[in-house]
Design a protein around this ligand. Structure first.
Ligand code: ZN
Length: 231
């Protein structure tokens, strides 16, 4: 499981490189991508989302009605399709639908995508394949392959909606950070109390001295009265 980069990370804007060696390190990358996608329950994931700028995309065939194409990597199940160096040819009418992304957590937005995709790609062993995709699998593949060119779905939203969404995300993050800070402070205070470090005003402050000075004439006064009674 790897950490997923989130907007506005500049790393997500970088264009990814073409994969030229189909070796163990590619299989390792595919395994890591699958584990990450699985833990976060994504429909797909692209290598740049975990900071690896290689043209590799994983798509869950079961979740977007695609024909499964087993990649035969031990820890990756058969329903996961691995697209290495994918090339897309887009056609047909455009569809408007709502997208979300692991790199833009807890948010969604309306995006337009083409209905048909002629997809050429390589498998993890370097074998060349081509497939014709229809909606909605075509939409999922367009989203994931956009990551390889440094494009997020929010970049495809109209400007007004995008600005609104980005402001909302920043506001939510600020609130979450403040809540986290308060919890941390509370935990620290509790720990300090346990350790007996309770923050108090210093014992020998000027305030204390004034109090004792005010008290002393009263005591003297009472003492005088007592003395008078005795006499
Ligand atoms: Zn995404």
């Amino acid at each position: 499981f790897r950490k997923v980069l989130t907007w506005p990370s500049q790393s997500l804007k970088k264009k990814s490189n073409i994969v030229s060696s189909f070796d163990d390190s590619l299989a390792q990358l595919v395994g890591d991508l699958y584990d990450t996608m699985n833990v976060l329950s994504g429909v797909g994931i692209a290598a740049p989302q975990i900071g690896i700028h290689q043209r590799v995309v994983l798509v869950d065939a079961a979740q977007c009605s695609l024909e499964p194409e087993p990649c035969r990597i031990e820890r990756v199940p058969d329903n996961i399709i691995v697209l290495v160096n994918p090339e897309l040819e887009l056609s047909g009418p455009k569809h408007r639908w709502v997208e979300s992304c692991l790199s833009v957590p807890d948010s969604k937005g309306q995006v337009e995508r083409f209905q048909y995709v002629s997809l050429k790609y390589q498998t993890v062993t370097g074998e060349e394949k081509s497939v014709e995709l229809d909606w909605p699998a075509s939409g999922v593949v367009q989203h994931e392959c956009d990551h390889l060119d440094g494009i997020l779905y929010i970049d495809r939203m109209n400007r007004f909606s995008r600005d609104m969404l980005c402001k909302k995300i920043m506001k939510r993050r600020k609130r979450a950070a403040e809540a986290r800070r308060l919890v941390e402070q509370q935990e620290k205070d509790e720990l300090d109390a346990i350790n007996g470090i309770i923050r108090k005003k210093p014992a020998y402050g000027p305030g204390k001295r004034k109090k004792t000075k005010k008290k002393s004439p009263k005591k003297n006064h009472l003492n005088k009265k007592r003395k008078k009674k005795k006499r």
